[in-house]
Design a binder for this molecule. Structure first.
Ligand code: ADE
Ligand code: ZN
Length: 327
């Protein structure tokens, strides 16, 4: 396990609120006198039983994050943990709906605080960060347009992408096309969750209507061989989070996971943790499981990290500097 801990890694699918350690959330809840009954299990971990309940717990826990300073502290805590697991380049998903309720002036303050946190983490641990602003699918298409406009207005060297998370069973990808068109027009990198809770059709709709270059998860594309070929042909990177998928019962266990079959079919894949404390995982544990299950070695991990950097939402200088670490 220790061996995998120090191997240089990229992680480009990590939700900042979902990466908050339970202790961090409990401490803030005490400071702010917020009642979080129902959020934690008896052992102190986050309590949820299925995807819908996971989203509820996630939003309840996030309610204690109430100021830019809370998010700066969280950014530094999350990036310290990433760096401790060997991550040298990361992309963090930020949901502006939770950072000032989608108000542009408030969002600017939250974003500045998170950039300050990322700058501090770079100075302390050498970790490089970019941010992806995400809309929340179950908050609906109008809210998504609002978040896309706000993201376009604040895009810059650190805020480089736009994406969508949330309840995949809510509406269809086409409903969110206007939001993604605004983000595309602003030159932002595009990614969206799909093929996690729903099947291959959801991935196909996302490619057709949202014009993304990456898919969050996408692992259920394996149910449709023609779609697998399309992902390979169009060089669409899947941000695969195997531990998350197993925790949420998308696959019953590691040997059943589609990541190896997708990779063998020529689909670019990389590995991330999604919401690590919710799924009781770390990047080191993901690597150890992949090594044990599929006999992946350093060359395989360097290949997936190279794929991630080739699809990363960053400037060319940073891309080349990071790619050199995986040669
Ligand atoms: N938001 C945080 N984690 C998520 C996941 N795994 N799927 C969809 N939305 C999310
Ligand atoms: Zn996710």
């Amino acid at each position: 396990m220790n061996d995998w801990k120090t191997l240089p890694k990229t992680e480009i699918h990590l939700h900042i609120e979902g990466a908050a350690p339970p202790e961090f959330i409990r401490t803030l809840a005490k400071e702010k006198n917020v009642d979080l009954s129902g959020v934690f299990a008896a052992d102190g971990s986050y309590r949820w039983a299925d995807f819908a309940e996971f989203l509820c717990t996630y939003e309840a826990a996030t309610s204690v994050l109430q100021s830019p300073e809370d998010y700066r502290r969280l950014t530094e805590a999350v990036l310290a943990e990433s760096a401790a697991n060997g991550v040298v380049y990361t992309e963090l998903f930020l949901a502006a709906d939770f950072c000032g309720g989608g108000d542009v002036a408030a969002w600017k303050e939250y974003l500045a605080a998170m950039i300050e946190g990322a700058d501090n983490a770079r100075a302390a641990h050498g970790i490089e960060t970019r941010f992806i602003s995400t809309c929340v699918r179950h908050f609906g298409p109008e809210e998504a347009v609002k978040i896309a406009r706000l993201t376009a207005e604040t895009a810059g060297p650190m805020l480089t992408g736009f994406g969508m998370g949330g309840e995949e069973r809510h509406l269809s990808a086409a409903d969110f096309a206007p939001a993604f068109a605004i983000a595309a027009e602003a030159g932002l990198g595009l990614t969206s969750h799909a093929g996690e809770i729903c099947g291959a059709g959801s991935v196909r709709d996302t490619l057709d209507h949202l014009k993304v270059t990456r898919i969050g998860h996408g692992v259920r594309a394996i149910e449709d061989p023609a779609l697998v070929d399309r992902l390979a042909d169009e060089n669409i990177l899947l941000e695969v989070c195997p531990g998350s998928n197993i925790a949420l019962s998308v696959f019953s266990d590691w040997p059943e996971h589609s990541i190896e079959r997708l990779r063998r079919a020529g689909v670019p894949v990389c590995v991330s943790t999604d919401d690590p404390p919710y799924f009781h995982t770390t990047m080191t544990e993901e690597y150890a499981h992949l090594a044990d299950t599929f006999a992946w070695g350093r060359a395989d991990f360097n290949a997936i990290n190279t794929a991630a950097m080739n699809a990363a939402f960053c400037d060319e200088d940073t891309r080349q500097r990071m790619l050199a670490k995986f040669r």
